[in-house]
Design a protein around this ligand. Structure first.
Ligand SMILES: *Cc1c(COP(=O)(O)O)cnc(C)c1O
Length: 377
């Protein structure tokens, strides 16, 4: 049996090696490492895939979030609502820009931001909401957009884990995750569902004026060369990464299917197990399973993780500490117990290996090993 990893980028590469090697050597031969034509080609291909007017590539997903908030001209003191159960980047950029992160709890079944909690957190200083489509499932965007419209707030979707997920809106249309709010952000970090061979990210929008503003912000606040109209940043997707992504975008839906196959098999195996809560499939969104995340009931998950490690099976905890209990983000506004769902999840969740290249032998070995441990509970 091949060694099991959380993400098997080596095998994924080997399976499409000729295409990727060709794309990479074309960039090297052209020597157009920055802003080469392939960056625009990838951008256009992603715009088509997402059915959105503008994709603006940038250096990583964290930058995508930061640049979005800069482009919206949010000012220190403005409040931005974000979930307490997420990767730190979401809250980090809010704090970094001197904005005030206002954290809210998530839904116990989907792990996504709770619209009711958002509505309760709104004040006259609220300017934006950042829903995170956690683990690959799109949040309740209809409810979030309704709140945003009522209070005239911007919505920046953190779609770093959900690229390719489809959301069914109230009008009966399927929309790609990240294309519903005013802005959407994604990451092309190697282990993300659409990953490059280094760092990368992108911002999505249907708003022409916002797109123009973002194109200026990512490029030192410059639209005419060496004339700087605003303070920007330097955040680019390089040509080598764009070349890799242009190839891999063609496989994104197939990769999602591979992930869904694993998830279905895991869920079938574990659904009647009283000590495990399997991920819930939200009816309004497809799930692209960036992570397959289970809740441990009535046992210590670290014992299971240790047991799996002894059998050469990795498992990870995303995320062990909620944002409001992170040392750098401690704030007198928050205390332990404020976000009960988040806190409960941070004590019980664990994620099993989930990637596009797992074979049935590996999958069955993981499932059998989990059951072997559960017999001891
Ligand atoms: C990965 C991730 C980010 C940050 O992306 P980077 O490319 O690593 O900067 C932001 N938000 C979420 C939810 C993520 O999973």
């Amino acid at each position: 049996m091949r060694k099991i990893s959380m993400v098997d980028l080596k095998t994924q590469y080997e399976n499409i090696k000729p295409e990727l090697d060709k794309a990479i050597s074309e960039v090297i031969n052209s020597s157009m490492f920055i802003n080469g034509p392939v960056v625009k080609e990838f951008q256009a291909a992603l715009e088509k895939y997402l059915n959105i007017k503008h994709v603006i590539p940038c250096a990583n997903g964290t930058d995508a979030l930061q640049i979005s908030m800069m482009a919206l001209e949010l000012k220190p003191g403005d409040e931005v609502i974000a979930p307490s159960f997420t990767f730190i980047a979401t809250a980090e950029v809010i704090a970094l820009l001197g904005l005030t992160p206002v954290l809210v709890d998530v839904e116990p079944d989907t792990f996504n931001i709770s619209p009711d909690a958002i509505a309760k957190a709104i004040t006259p200083r609220t300017r934006a909401i950042v829903p995170v489509h956690l683990f690959g499932q799109t949040a309740d965007m209809d409810a979030i957009m309704a709140i945003a419209n009522e209070y005239k707030l911007f919505v920046i979707e953190d779609a770093c884990q959900s690229i390719g997920s489809d959301y069914l809106n109230a009008a009966g249309e399927w929309k790609k995750s990240g294309t519903i709010g005013h802005l959407g952000c994604t990451s092309f970090f190697p282990s993300k569902n659409l990953g490059c061979f280094g760092d990368g990210g992108a911002i999505f929008t249907n708003d022409d004026a916002l797109a123009a503003k973002i194109r200026s912000v990512v490029n030192h606040g410059m639209t005419v060369r060496y004339y700087h109209d605003e303070i920007g940043v330097n955040s680019r997707l390089d040509s080598l990464q764009a070349a890799v992504l242009k190839v891999k975008l063609q496989y994104l839906d197939k990769y999602a299917q591979a992930r869904q196959h694993l998830a279905t098999t895991y869920t079938k195996a574990f659904i009647n197990e009283p000590n495990l809560i399997v991920p819930v499939q939200y009816t309004r969104s497809t799930h692209v399973f960036h992570q397959y995340t289970i809740q441990a009931v009535g046992f210590d998950r670290t014992k299971l993780i240790e047991f799996l490690a002894s059998k050469d099976i990795p498992a990870m905890i995303y995320y062990p500490v909620p944002i409001h209990l992170q040392k750098a983000y401690l704030d007198p506004r928050y205390k332990p117990g404020d976000f009960p769902v988040t806190e409960q999840l941070s004590h019980t969740v664990f994620s099993l290996p989930m990637h596009t290249e797992m074979d049935n032998e590996q999958l069955n070995y993981i499932i059998t090993s989990v059951f072997e441990f559960l017999k001891t509970v």
